[in-house]
Design a protein around this ligand. Structure first.
Ligand SMILES: Cc1cc2nc3c(=O)[nH]c(=O)nc-3n(C[C@H](O)[C@H](O)[C@H](O)COP(=O)(O)OP(=O)(O)OC[C@H]3O[C@@H](n4cnc5c(N)ncnc54)[C@H](O)[C@@H]3O)c2cc1C
Length: 388
């Protein structure tokens, strides 16, 4: 067991931190208020090679691993973005990069991976449906076999970044539900601008720089060459992709939670209301922040273990889910407590914590809810019967 970070990784962390600091808190405050896609920082991330970090060199990337990427995401989110920036890594290096690298055809790799690396190709992922929700296998979106490809029809909800994406990973049922519900699911990588795809943004609490939309799929044609993975056997392949999504999410929560704690601590050091003692000297303000700091550090270790397992081809589902469970609770708790520490100023847009508070709350139920992670641990790790 080796917990050391290499010199190369330290340099990558430094590069990520510098980019994060160059944009900083005010950039994110302004983007959040304007509900604008953070294209400038994403371009800087691409230019530094971070978006394509895991992409093989022959397709324009650095050929590094998920541990390296997680270390960079932590720094980028800690430097000012908060956890929402991790969503851009879910969409692009994971739903685009990991999906194509693991399950895409050679032609898809040639077409999409260089664009992922340089920022000219962006991605979204459409799994969730209004009536199915957490019970994804109850999806109604159908892919019907036609000459040369598939015709996809259905409705998706909460699809993030769709308006800014060039490609969308669509999950659909290619066979009617059978006794084995996980059979008959297929994955498709299609152009978002394709005929039959329309979308409408939802009004939401936070993560405003990345709109989430209802997506309507009306007889969308996907060529056979746009299938990702194995027809009808896409479900386990999707789970591999989604478990990587958890790792990227957790890295963002570790960074975003750390940022909230820093803002709370900086404020508490200076603010005096009873005489000369700063409010940061009160244990009632210190302890909750210290508690969340400890939780974030533990989630980080488990997350890096998950990422290392992924890089070494070992199972990583338990580690990635457990880390995400604790990180999401700790990061939203940290933002909540940082706001409490700041009193009224925590509620002001000028002090940034309110954005972190709104954004962090999302990750307790998305991309996977804490209840579903506890269900997973109960059945897979504790061996208890499934409750639903
Ligand atoms: C801002 C945002 C962005 C998103 N981005 C995307 C995206 O890009 N692509 C995509 O496909 N999806 C996306 N999602 C969807 C997200 O993954 C789902 O919202 C999430 O999986 C929960 O589904 P639901 O909202 O339908 O909740 P529901 O399924 O209705 O669940 C409601 C509550 O019941 C609990 N619950 C349900 N079943 C059980 C059970 N068996 N045991 C215990 N508790 C249970 C849940 O944990 C939750 O707390 C996004 C969601 C949001 C809010």
């Amino acid at each position: 067991m080796n917990f050391d970070i290499t010199e190369e990784q330290k340099m990558m962390q430094q590069t990520a931190r510098q980019i994060g600091e160059r944009f900083g808190l005010d950039y994110w405050r302004q983007k959040d208020a304007a509900k604008e896609y953070p294209s400038e920082i994403w371009q800087a991330i691409c230019d530094a090679g971070i978006a394509g970090m895991m992409v093989p060199p022959e397709h324009g990337g650095l050929g590094l691993g998920l541990v390296d990427l997680a270390l960079c995401i932590e720094e980028l989110c800690r430097a000012g973005a908060g956890a929402t920036l991790s969503q851009m890594f879910m969409l692009n290096p994971v739903f685009g990069g990991v999906a194509i690298a693991l399950y895409g055809t050679e032609a898809m790799k040639r077409d999409c991976l260089p664009g992922l690396c340089d920022g000219t190709c962006t991605f979204s992922m459409a799994l969730t449906e209004p009536d199915a929700g957490t019970n994804s296998l109850a999806m109604k979106t159908q892919a019907r076999k036609v000459a040369g490809g598939w015709e996809i029809s259905g409705q998706k909800i909460w699809i993030t970044g769709v308006a800014a994406s060039k490609k969308m990973l669509i999950v659909a049922r290619s066979q009617p539900v059978s006794e084995k519900r996980t059979r008959g699911i297929s994955l498709f990588m299609v152009d978002t601008a394709r005929e039959g795809i329309t979308h409408t943004p939802l009004d939401k609490v936070g993560t405003n720089t990345l709109p989430s939309s209802v997506v309507y799929l009306d007889k969308v044609f996907a060529a056979d060459s746009e299938v990702i993975g194995t027809v009808d056997a896409g479900w386990p392949q999707l789970l591999d992709i989604l478990n990587c999504e958890r790792i990227v999410t957790t890295a963002g929560l570790v960074g975003g939670g750390g940022l909230a704690i820093r803002l709370g601590v900086d404020y508490a050091r200076d603010r005096k209301v009873f005489g000369d003692r700063a409010i940061g000297s009160y244990q009632s303000l210190q302890f909750p922040l210290a508690q969340h700091w400890a939780e974030l550090e533990l989630a980080r270790l488990m997350n890096l273990k998950a990422a290392s397992n992924f890089d070494r081809g070992l199972p990583f589902g338990t580690e990635s889910n457990a880390a995400k469970l604790i990180a999401s609770q700790a990061a939203s708790g940290a933002a909540e407590r940082a706001m409490q520490v700041m009193g009224g100023m925590g509620y002001s847009k000028d002090f940034h914590v309110e954005r972190l508070w709104r954004d962090a709350r999302l990750f307790r139920f998305a991309p996977v809810s804490e209840e579903m992670i506890l269900n997973y641990i109960s059945t897979v790790n504790l061996g208890l019967p499934r409750s639903y």
